[in-house]
Write a protein of this length. Structure first.
Length: 203
């Protein structure tokens, strides 16, 4: 997992509440066995019509937001089923940060384990960012995980809270496997002792 310290990026506005995981990554794409390649299916049913034509009014089809790594959304983002594929799709597409007033609990956990920083701000603060990103061409935000701040070059600055352990993992780029591998030497030692004990008992 890639380390996260500070990110300055275009911000894309998704002014919708209760964005569920089936919209983030529809169920027909859950048959894949890899953890990669989901980006092209992100918000699939919103990005294109039933005949495959891109929806001109959808934010991810707007050239103004191409390359955005920060997504701003309404409250209760990531509700619905617990599929981790939703976090994979956002990360594969290129989003490193999602800002919203609230997130579904399981999605919040899945996103953090996949290197995505989820920032909870007040509804008033989120509304300000949504309006700025919609009206100001090339609007960028800076998210500092170390300082736990979101800011722009127009005077906006807000603090956000994050669990200390999750913050540590994101700063260090440690997913569940990475956390386990920190103890590789101890695990190898245990396995060696175990194998030796089994060998001695078998003699």
């Amino acid at each position: 997992m890639e380390k996260f310290t500070t990110l300055t990026s275009l911000a894309a506005p998704l002014d919708r509440t209760n964005v569920d995981t089936d919209q983030i990554i529809p169920k027909q794409f859950l048959k894949r066995i890899e953890r990669t390649g989901y980006g092209e299916f992100l918000f699939f049913d919103w990005r294109q019509t039933p005949d495959g034509a891109p929806v001109a009014g959808f934010v991810l089809n707007d050239p103004r937001y191409q390359g955005a790594q920060i997504l701003i959304a309404g409250k209760n983002f990531g509700c619905g089923s617990s599929r981790e594929h939703a976090a994979w799709a956002l990360e594969n597409f290129g989003f490193r940060v999602v800002i919203a007033p609230s997130f579904a609990d399981i999605f919040f956990s899945n996103a953090g384990k996949n290197g995505i920083v989820l920032v909870r701000l007040s509804e008033a603060e989120v509304n300000t960012l949504l309006q700025n990103s919609e009206k100001i061409p090339g609007y960028q935000l800076t998210v500092s995980l170390a300082e736990q701040t979101v800011s722009d070059d127009r005077g906006f600055r807000a603090k956000f809270e994050i669990d200390p352990f999750r913050k540590y993992c994101l700063l260090e780029g440690l997913d569940d496997i990475g956390l386990t591998l920190r103890h590789a030497a101890a695990l190898d030692g245990f396995e060696k002792q175990h194998d030796e004990a089994v060998w001695l008992r078998a003699r």
